[in-house]
Design a protein around this ligand. Structure first.
Ligand code: 25A
Ligand code: L14
Length: 341
């Protein structure tokens, strides 16, 4: 493409959509025009972009005429219905929902991990689950160095992952509790303020949640290795921005904590924050608003021969969603792949 692309953001009024607009502006994404789309509820409202305000249009089947790239973050049902319509009108889709991730014809991309999987895309490219993204950014360099056999992960996930309404629910519950008022739960099945919910997305037949199985299955697809075994427990915590993860990693070849620190320090998209004696380790409060995936508390698992424990934190709305989707879009431009085959 010789001219700059026309870009649509679907779900532009949401927590991720707004961050998407910020990220496109901040990284000077070369767009001829940016078009914010959302549901009829938001049509006519305005969203900030650079120092302007853009008028939100209602998403319809005709929205994609003349659009080259559409970045979706409006829920699975919206993506399922509208992504194929967009592709039929010649628009490449980068989709942040879970609708297309495990489809064999859809590449699932983390630019630091598997950029070349983009090469054969058929029009839809999927952005992985937020918890999976920050985990694989860390696993990939360790897998290359010592071949990962098994990962045990427990997550501590922020409410912003479930969108703007969930952010407002935590805020209003905290306010209600301090005002001695009744707490209302609409987004979550139980009170989230001052609580932890071992329940993200729906329960499946095997008694895992869908969020847990996303971490298991998406990791294999992104790493291009079905032999990497992952078992997960995903937990919602009363944090606004930033997912944290405790990782236990078993490798075929031994990697010492010093070696792991050196490998991760060199790896793209990672910042090692690991100095326990100075009380330096990653925390969601300080990862919020940052692009990197932060790693610390790197130590040997003394119960097995080749094991490591570590603590991984990233901004789930940035690297977990908006930033990763914009990085994929940048890669499409660099590789000259912004066309429907
Ligand atoms: O797991 P999934 O399914 O992949 O989900 C990923 C993300 O999608 C959203 C949700 O983000 C989640 O984090 N989502 C999931 N399921 C959804 C559902 N059933 C769902 N959204 C709606 N319904 P979110 O809630 O932050 O952002 C959602 C964005 O998607 C737009 N949208 C929803 N349905 C749509 C659609 N767009 C097109 N067609 C559809 N059929 C949605 O637009 C939003 O942009 P909206 O018009 O419904 O906007 C919601 C109203 O909420 C307020 N608001 C939102 N964000 C902010 C805000 N107010 C202030 N600051 C904000 N940052 C506004 O009042 C707005 O009008
Ligand atoms: O598959 O935190 O992208 O509620 C949707 C639900 C991400 C997490 C996905 C949550 C998830 C999200």
């Amino acid at each position: 493409m010789t001219r700059q692309p026309v870009v649509a953001v679907v779900g532009a009024t949401g927590a991720v959509g707004r961050e998407m607009l910020k990220t496109l502006a901040h990284r000077n994404f070369p767009a001829q025009k940016i078009i914010p789309l959302a549901s009829s509820r938001s049509a006519g409202s305005k969203v900030p972009f650079n120092d302007q305000e853009l008028l939100v249009q209602e998403l319809t089947e005709q929205s994609f005429d003349g659009i080259d790239l559409a970045i979706f973050s409006a829920g699975g049902a919206t993506s399922e219905k509208f992504a194929p319509i967009a592709v039929r009108s010649g628009c490449v889709v980068v989709d942040n929902s879970n609708a297309w991730r495990m489809d064999d014809n859809v590449p699932l991309i983390v630019p630091e991990v598997n950029p070349d999987a983009l090469n054969n895309h058929q029009g839809i490219i999927a952005n992985p689950n937020c918890s999976t993204i920050q985990m694989v950014v860390v696993l990939k360099p360790l897998h290359d160095a010592g071949k990962i056999v098994r990962v045990i992960v427990s997550t501590y996930q922020a409410v912003s992952g479930s969108g703007q309404k969930a952010i407002e629910e935590l805020e209003s519950q905290v306010r209600a509790l301090f005002g001695m008022q009744e707490v209302e739960s609409k987004v979550y099945p139980h009170q989230i303020a001052f609580n932890c919910l071992p329940h993200i997305d729906m329960f499946l037949e095997n008694d895992y949640t869908k969020e847990e199985m996303k971490m298991v299955n998406e990791t294999k697809k992104i790493m291009g290795d079905d032999n990497v075994k992952v078992t997960a427990t995903t937990v919602r915590v009363p944090v606004f921005y930033g997912h944290s993860e405790s990782l236990n990693i078993e490798t075929e070849k031994k990697i010492t904590p010093q070696e792991a620190r050196a490998i991760l320090t060199q790896a793209p998209g990672i910042k090692v924050l690991d100095n326990p004696s100075e009380k330096i380790y990653p925390m969601p409060l300080f990862a919020a608003g940052e692009d990197e995936t932060f790693v610390g508390r790197i130590r040997e698992d003394e119960t097995i021969a080749n094991g490591l424990n570590m603590w991984v934190v990233a901004d789930n709305i940035r690297k977990g969603a908006a930033l990763n989707a914009v990085q994929i879009s940048e890669l499409l431009l660099q590789k000259n792949l912004l066309r429907v085959p």
